[in-house]
Unconditional design. Structure first.
Ligand SMILES: NC(=O)C1=CN([C@@H]2O[C@H](COP(=O)(O)OP(=O)(O)OC[C@H]3O[C@@H](n4cnc5c(N)ncnc54)[C@H](O)[C@@H]3O)[C@@H](O)[C@H]2O)[C@H](O)CC1
Ligand SMILES: [K+]
Length: 474
């Protein structure tokens, strides 16, 4: 099953891998033609009713594969209003090749020609709301016709995710949907064919620009770092990178022995000192109350140190907290056997992954199944960091290939925790982890040509925004 948003992301990832949308459209059109041949015999009259988006574009392609049929193509609107280049180019090709392709400029005068098969290519996953005119009138005409009806991707008017239709929708005898089943078609009472259109599995396996685009438009919220004690750089890097990834405010709760030093790194941070020189169970209730009262995304771990009472405090915090948290570094020993209502993203490095009873391997791509099993066992997202990062929620598992050897330098994991937390306020745990890892690696890649193996985590604070919002297609 794949939702419309995920389909759009996978589409863009395929383009990034070198399989452009026009090629996908060609495959979609070919798949439609194959289904037509199963439904009607050569010589049959086939009427294509096309909208002005890529749904229509698919059917313009199909027309070229149906020369043994009597095909007419009706475009609902003027050709110059076709919404995408790839659909327009396919329309123009039909016109130049003298196919029977006409524009329906006056929708009031729409007459569905007598035919044996109607191809419904008005709208697919691009539908918003109830069908507007002329699509609504045309949908009724299609439903009233004697002809069989084949819908392209989704019957026009039906929401691909919910299966609902806010107004009239085409009643299709058959549907050809692309790449993967759509949730809204699961209960469709006609037959549904899922057509492979040549999208490489890598477009879903590897996190890509399509995933980033689907997340970066909606960022914000507050991040609350519970870190510091023996160390001060880690919480400061994590708190700053959260801001660089779009968080509005970034707080650091730290022992008063180091709070001033952490504040000294950046005036952008709001450092809240607590008594003592390390995190202890006495602070937990106050920290839980603060984090929950502001609906903060918590990062717990950077620079906490490994004193027994600090691990106890991290465990107490995570058992009590019911919000969203990135669990990194010194807080990870609290994870095995943890019983919590919180939603967590755990970000272990190689050593920490092994200590969590996860696999120990140089190349995490060889142990993705074990990482998936670990995520399933602990019931939270695991972002396993390595030369290649592997993210799993126990059901879905994806791989991030951005990043470079220069990022072995200390602190890049703190940045990653911050970026994930910066996204976690407005997107779900799995996507925040996937895109956070992709952006962190990209931030390092944007630096490598200048800083090589000498790049610093603090340098990467400068390139995180470009990694998030820049249009670099590297
Ligand atoms: N994702 C893929 O891998 C592929 C998808 N293909 C096909 O592309 C469509 C989605 O195309 P898109 O251009 O995004 O949108 P649509 O063509 O579905 O519709 C947009 C079109 O419809 C108008 N519109 C929107 N809402 C309404 C409404 N309520 N009433 C009337 N008109 C409406 C809007 O103005 C646009 O003009 C997908 O379904 C596939 O068929 C690729 O070709 C193959 C790969
Ligand atoms: K359709």
């Amino acid at each position: 099953m794949i939702t419309a948003d995920r389909m759009a992301a996978v589409d863009e990832n395929a383009e990034h891998l070198g399989v452009p949308r026009k090629q996908l459209m060609e495959s979609s059109g070919n798949a439609i033609a194959r289904r037509v041949r199963e439904m009607v015999s050569p010589g049959a009259r086939v009427c294509i009713v096309a909208g002005r988006g890529n749904n229509g574009g698919d059917a313009f392609v199909a027309a070229r594969f149906l020369d043994e049929y009597d095909v007419s193509v009706l475009l609902l609107g003027r050709a110059e209003t076709i919404g995408t280049d790839i659909a327009r180019e396919n329309w123009d090709a039909l016109r130049r090749a003298e196919y029977d392709a006409t524009e329906v400029k006056d929708s009031g005068a729409f007459e569905l020609p007598d035919c044996d098969l109607v191809i419904d290519a008005m709208l697919g996953t691009g539908v918003t709301g109830a069908l507007r005119e002329p699509a609504a009138t045309v949908a009724r005409a299609i439903n009233d016709a004697d002809a069989a009806v084949l819908a392209v991707d989704v019957p026009s008017g039906v929401n691909a995710d919910s299966g609902e239709a806010e107004g009239v929708a085409v009643e299709a005898d058959a549907v050809v949907t692309f790449h993967d089943m759509k949730p809204g078609l699961a209960d469709h009472d006609g037959d549904v064919t899922v057509a492979d259109i040549g999208i490489p599995a890598a477009a879903e396996r590897f996190v890509g620009p399509g995933d980033l685009r689907s997340v970066r438009g909606d960022v914000g919220g507050r991040v609350f770092v519970i870190g510091g004690g023996p160390f001060t750089g880690a919480p400061a890097l994590a708190a700053q990178s959260a801001l660089r990834a779009g968080a509005d405010l970034s707080f650091v709760a730290a022992p008063n022995t180091v709070a001033g030093e952490i504040q000294g790194y950046a005036e952008d941070l709001i450092v809240q000192p607590y008594d003592g020189d390390r995190l202890t169970p006495e602070q937990v209730d106050g920290l839980v109350e603060t984090a929950e009262s502001y609906d903060d995304t918590v990062i717990i771990g950077p620079g906490l140190g490994n004193a027994d009472e600090t691990i106890d405090a991290a465990t107490d915090f995570l058992e009590s907290f019911e919000g969203r948290a990135v669990v990194d570094a010194d807080a990870l020993p609290a994870i095995p056997g943890l019983d919590t209502d919180a939603t967590l993203v755990c970000t272990p490095n190689r050593k920490e992954l092994a200590e969590m009873d996860g696999p120990d391997a140089d190349d995490l791509r060889e142990v993705t199944d074990e990482i998936e099993t670990l995520a399933d066992d602990i019931g939270h997202v695991v972002l396993a960091k390595g030369a290649t990062d592997v993210i799993s929620d126990g059901d879905r598992t994806r791989v991030v290939r951005t990043g470079n050897t220069g990022m072995k330098v200390g602190g890049t994991g703190d940045l990653l925790a911050g970026i994930v937390a910066g996204l976690f306020g407005t997107t779900d745990a799995f996507d925040a982890a996937c895109v956070g890892s992709f952006v962190n690696g990209r931030a390092g890649d944007l630096l490598y040509d200048e800083r090589y193996e000498g790049l610093l985590a603090s340098d990467m604070l400068e390139t995180i925004p470009a990694a998030m919002w820049g249009e670099d297609d590297a």
